[in-house]
Design a binder for this molecule. Structure first.
Ligand SMILES: [Zn+2]
Length: 57
């Protein structure tokens, strides 16, 4: 399950795709993976597209 967000109030997240920070206010994706104990992850949009393509194989 993937949800697009338009940047959240003053909080930076680390993208698991590239290990870079997603700076506050940057539109990105929140990915909720079923069965993932850590719950939701924040990804840069292009990083997730790459990851999603990889996971489909
Ligand atoms: Zn990234």
């Amino acid at each position: 399950m993937v949800r697009a967000v338009t940047g959240e109030r003053g909080k930076a997240y680390r993208c698991p795709g590239c290990q870079q920070l997603i700076h506050p206010g940057i539109p990105h994706l929140v990915v909720i993976i079923e069965g993932d104990v850590e719950g939701r992850r924040h990804w840069h949009t292009p990083c997730w597209k790459r990851e999603a393509a990889r996971r489909q194989r």
